[in-house]
Ligand binder design. Structure first.
Ligand SMILES: Cc1cc2nc3c(=O)[nH]c(=O)nc-3n(C[C@H](O)[C@H](O)[C@H](O)COP(=O)(O)OP(=O)(O)OC[C@H]3O[C@@H](n4cnc5c(N)ncnc54)[C@H](O)[C@@H]3O)c2cc1C
Length: 472
């Protein structure tokens, strides 16, 4: 693996196939047609060779936690991409692999006629494994491009300890990277280029049926509130900057109102780029304190998470926790837990804690959980499970099974934060040791928790799932 520029890594040492008919961009995580460094790099490669570009996006049925929710959200972004790529003169192929009988190894097949492959460098979940697997199969160069954050991940050479250590570096680097994105244009248009690969027709009318035909978990229903795709993300972004951002610095911690951007799932699936969002926020008519508070989350906190998963191979376990947490866990692992709940009791919100149950309900019914209750949600599971490993496993499972923004570096950084990652030691107490402690009493007093609980109950009663309007 060789870093050939700040955002581009060459994953193998193969020579280009000079008889190839096109450059292939295997789109995995940056599911957008603008502000996409991987797409730009692929266009440059195609232009250098005066070749057309083929973009391949596949959706398989057997990735962990695959369900109606994530499939629907991804499929909702397909038709708009097909239209946008057609206008750009780029061939786009989308293939939905429904079950065991469906054709497999499509990337390797399309790669046979490609000069080289460009793909996404996403430091988490199944993507690093996908990239390792294609390296084993393909006999042409494979480039992985980082379009995750405003600042390239390679600019942070090691794992950062906390927000306070990455923040000054980000402040120093930001002027070089918080600049308008230059979109590359393809020179040789794909026209009627034929690609030997199944192509699934997806449109608003057939998504429900397509999802129903896949061998995935049908118990996790599509979200009635969040719809996938860049256009839907931009609609939400516009509403956010115009109506919510001006008070974001005070409204963000209030789960009972519509006070945050709720853009994390659009960021996770790459429908929106953080750069596009950062510019929309910077250019908005809002007080500087609100903009600063938002950019702190979008850039500092988010890029700290990506730094964690890029540099710490143990990011998906409690082994990623710092020494002071390991020590305090050893000292408190045998502390008596006040109550142990089974996975099922937790999953279906059957604890004695009304606020916790409500947060679980929000997640199951909408595909999202508000950040403020999410912290409490994680903390309480630590005291309701037999040990820290089990707590981590339960949190990872529930977060990634139900949240549209799950399976992301933020998922792991967020869960590990509940155990003290990126935090500091606090006053020692049972079970938590020196980890920061949160209680329902103190958390629930900081916002109208009754209103939040009632709102989640109304979601349950109304299966049509109303839009969130002031969460009333
Ligand atoms: C236990 C736990 C689990 C979490 N799991 C996830 C997850 O699966 N996916 C996910 O994206 N975030 C996760 N977070 C972080 C945070 O809760 C969400 O990013 C936030 O709730 C998303 O809502 P929003 O888009 O309205 O955020 P906003 O407040 O509008 O923030 C803007 C953006 O900044 C980023 N951001 C906000 N808070 C954080 C944070 N604490 N750490 C890193 N980035 C942040 C997100 O990309 C977010 O969209 C988790 C936090 C905890 C405590």
């Amino acid at each position: 693996m060789k870093q050939i520029s700040e955002r581009v890594q060459l994953l193998n040492e193969q020579s280009a196939n000079n008889d190839g008919k096109y450059v292939l961009y295997w789109m995995q995580m940056f599911k957008r047609t603008t502000h996409n460094h991987a797409l730009n790099f692929a266009i440059e490669q195609a232009n250098e060779r005066r070749l057309p570009l083929v973009v391949y996006e596949g959706l398989k049925f057997y990735y962990p936690w695959a369900s109606d929710r994530f499939h629907t959200y991804i499929l909702e972004g397909v038709e708009e991409k097909r239209r946008a790529f057609e206008k750009l003169g780029i061939k786009y192929v989308f293939y939905l692999q429904k079950n065991e009988q469906s054709p497999k190894q499509i990337v390797a097949e399309i790669a046979k006629d490609a000069v080289l492959i460009v793909t996404d460098d996403f430091p988490c979940f199944i993507i690093p494994k996908h990239n390792q697997a294609i390296v084993k199969r393909a006999k042409i160069p494979i480039y992985a491009v980082d379009s995750n954050g405003v600042i390239p991940m390679s600019r942070f050479e090691k794992e950062e300890f906390a927000a306070r250590t990455i923040r000054p570096k980000i402040t120093r680097l930001l002027p070089d990277y918080f600049v308008k994105f230059k979109e590359e244009k393809i020179i040789v248009k794909a026209g009627n280029l034929k690609v030997d690969c199944p192509d699934t027709e997806v449109n608003a009318k057939n998504i429900h049926d397509l999802v129903g035909q896949c061998a995935i978990d049908h118990s996790v229903k599509a979200s009635g509130i969040y719809h996938g795709g860049t256009a839907n993300g931009r609609k939400r972004l516009k509403n956010f900057v115009e109506k919510i951002l001006p008070e974001y610095d005070t409204s963000r911690n209030k789960p009972d109102i519509d006070g945050s951007s709720r853009l994390s799932s659009y960021l996770h699936f790459g429908f929106l780029s953080p750069l596009e969002i950062a510019f929309a926020v910077q250019d908005a008519d809002a007080p500087p304190a609100a903009k600063e508070a938002y950019l702190e989350e979008l850039i500092v906190r988010r890029e700290l998470s990506y730094n964690l998963t890029r540099h710490n191979p143990k990011y998906d376990s409690i082994e990623a926790l710092p020494d002071w947490v390991q020590k305090t866990m050893r000292e408190h692992v045998n502390d008596e837990r006040p109550e142990i709940f089974s996975l099922e009791e937790l999953e279906f919100g059957k604890t004695y804690d009304e606020l916790w149950n409500a947060s679980q309900r929000e997640m199951i019914l909408t595909g999202e959980m508000h950040n403020y209750v999410r912290m409490l949600w994680g903390k309480l599971v630590i005291q309701w499970t037999r040990n820290y490993e089990e707590a981590f496993a339960v949190l990872e499972h529930l977060n990634n099974k139900y949240c549209l923004d799950g399976r992301n570096p933020n998922s792991y950084a967020g869960i590990l934060w509940c155990f003290g990652k990126h935090d500091r030691p606090w006053m020692e107490r049972p079970i938590f040791g020196k980890m920061r402690y949160m209680t329902t009493g103190s958390t629930g007093r900081k916002f109208d928790s009754k209103k939040y609980i009632e709102w989640t109950k109304s979601l349950e009663e109304n299966s049509a799932l109303p839009e969130i309007k002031g969460r009333s």
